[in-house]
Every structure is written in structure tokens, then in C-alpha cells.
Design a protein around this ligand. Structure first.
Ligand code: NAP
Length: 246
């Protein structure tokens, strides 16, 4: 039985990953923070593909929400075999716009949330705790390498933390039979740019992308699915950039 928990799966890259997982026979927990309607629509589409799914509201920045997210998944779908730490947010604006509240929002969702979810997943998957092993795929960003100057260095730094977390947990958990890898998307057409204050960002920056176009969510989902799969059985602490060469 293959069970995947995807945080932030109501829209964008998470939703595309949920549908790709369903096509590969996974039962899917579609986590969302507030957009219940979109999450339920993804569940419906998964059911039409012949797989099982549940939509679970949980703010990954809340430790207690995350604990409940995992217990609800176990009760309804079974023990997760894959966690995709995908939920993430950004806010546009350079250093002068960065204050305590913004830093909290960004780091609590992007970094703390990923740690809470990884800890809960490992408690269930680890062979050290009687589990069957598994795989964690973290959603980083090429911003971790580029720094996102004048746009959102705080967001880029949160993704830098995700890269370090990926390397560290890959080594820490290898003997627990848990692989930990990450995908670094470039500019991808999703709602994240509008919610960060610049809906047309992909079209503004795409001329700086060597392939001269933005990516689509399903292109990122393909990399996630490969890293999660047995085809990547000797990969841990590995990164796939899905960025058109950026
Ligand atoms: P998106 O379209 O804005 O979707 C974000 C998803 O995350 C939604 O499902 C949202 O839920 C959920 N979410 C946000 N905060 C949450 C929280 N605190 N708890 C639980 N769920 C939460 O974003 P996206 O572009 O698909 O981004 C997905 C991931 O890819 C992020 O980690 C992002 O940093 C990364 N990424 C994206 C790009 C890009 O160009 N799009 C590039 C590099 C990296 P609701 O629907 O309920 O709000």
C-alpha cells in the first residue's frame, strides 16, 4: 500500500503532485491551509482516477495541526510511505520590508512546518521504530542558490534552510531506511506569485531563464515522483533543479 502525504496540495505544484501520485496508484492525503474547495476538487479528481484521497485542513506552521494531520492520515489511508514537504509561502519586497512578523510567517511555514512534518513522518516510517521505511521529498527553490536579491531574500534563506535540512536528514535517516531528497523549482506558473504580490512575475523574469519560459507544475511533479519512487532507490541527499537551466 502506497500512501503519500503532500502538504499544500490544494493548488499549484502540490496539486499536480497529488494527481501524478494518484496516477501511480498512491492513496493521497491532500493537505491545505484554507482553500477547502480546491482541496476537495483535487480529492474528487483523484477518486475519478481510481485512487483514494482525503482532504485535511492543517496549518503546517502549527505543531499540533501537523500531529493531527498525520494521525488523520493513518486512520483513513494507512501509514504514509512518502511525505512531500511542499507547503510554502513568499512575500515580495526587499530588505526594508522584512520585519519580525514577515520572518515569522515565512520561516514558520517553510521551515518549521517541514521539520514538524518530517518528525511525524519519521516516527511512522523509521525501521528503528518498527516502520517499513519511506521517502521524504522537500520542496526547495533555485532561490536557495540565487538569493532572490531585491525580491525576497528571506524566502530564499528559508529554502537554503530546506537544502541543509535535506542534506542533514538524508544522512541521519539513511540507516532508518528513509531517503530524503529535494526538488528546486525555478519560476513556475502557480498562484504563489499573485499571493506574494506580483501575479505576472513568471512572465517578467522568463527572459532570464536559459530556456526562456516559465515551467508548469506538472514538470515539477515529475521530479518529485521520481525521487519518491524506487527508481531513485540509491539517491538520498540529492537535489533536482527543475528550472529551465536557471
Ligand atoms: P501555491 O500555488 O501558492 O500553493 C501553495 C499551497 O500551499 C496551497 O495548497 C496552500 O494551501 C498551501 N499552504 C500555504 N501555507 C500553508 C500552511 N501554512 N499550511 C498548509 N498549507 C499551506 O504555491 P506553489 O507555487 O505551488 O508552491 C509550492 C512549493 O513550491 C512552495 O514550497 C514554493 O516555495 C515552492 N516553489 C514554487 C515556485 C514557483 O515558481 N511556483 C518556485 C520555487 C519553489 P491553501 O490553498 O489552503 O491556501
Amino acid at each position: 500500500m502506497k500512501v503519500m502525504i503532500i502538504t499544500g496540495a490544494s493548488r499549484g505544484i502540490g496539486a499536480a503532485t497529488a494527481l501524478a501520485a494518484a496516477r501511480e496508484g498512491y492513496s493521497v492525503c491532500v493537505n491545505y491551509r484554507s482553500d477547502k474547495k480546491s482541496a476537495e476538487s483535487i480529492v474528487q479528481q483523484i477518486e475519478q482516477l481510481g485512487s483514494q484521497a482525503i482532504a485535511v485542513e492543517a496549518d503546517v506552521a502549527s505543531e499540533s495541526d501537523v500531529v493531527e494531520l498525520f494521525s488523520t492520515t493513518v486512520d483513513n489511508l494507512g501509514v504514509p510511505t512518502v511525505l512531500v514537504n511542499n507547503a510554502g509561502i513568499l512575500e515580495a519586497g526587499g530588505l526594508e520590508k522584512i520585519d519580525t512578523n514577515r520572518l515569522r510567517r515565512i520561516f514558520e511555514t517553510n521551515v518549521y512546518g517541514s521539520f514538524y512534518c518530517a518528525r511525524e513522518a519519521v516516527g511512522l516510517m523509521s525501521t528503528r521504530h518498527g516502520g517499513k521505511g519511506g521517502s521524504i521529498v522537500n520542496m526547495s527553490s533555485v532561490a536557495a542558490k540565487l538569493g532572490a536579491p531585491k525580491e525576497y531574500v528571506d524566502y530564499a534563506a528559508s529554502k537554503g534552510a530546506i537544502d541543509t535540512m535535506t542534506i542533514g536528514l538524508a544522512k541521519e535517516l539513511a540507516s532508518d531506511e528513509i531517503r530524503v531528497n529535494a526538488v528546486r523549482p525555478g519560476v513556475i506558473y502557480t498562484d504563489i506569485h499573485a499571493s506574494g504580490g506580483e501575479p505576472d512575475r513568471v512572465d517578467r523574469v522568463k527572459s532570464n531563464v536559459p530556456m526562456r519560459r516559465g515551467g508548469v507544475a506538472s514538470e515539477v511533479a515529475s521530479a518529485v515522483m521520481w525521487l519518491a519512487s524506487d527508481q531513485a532507490s540509491y539517491c538520498t541527499g540529492t537535489f533536482i533543479d527543475v528550472s529551465g537551466g536557471r
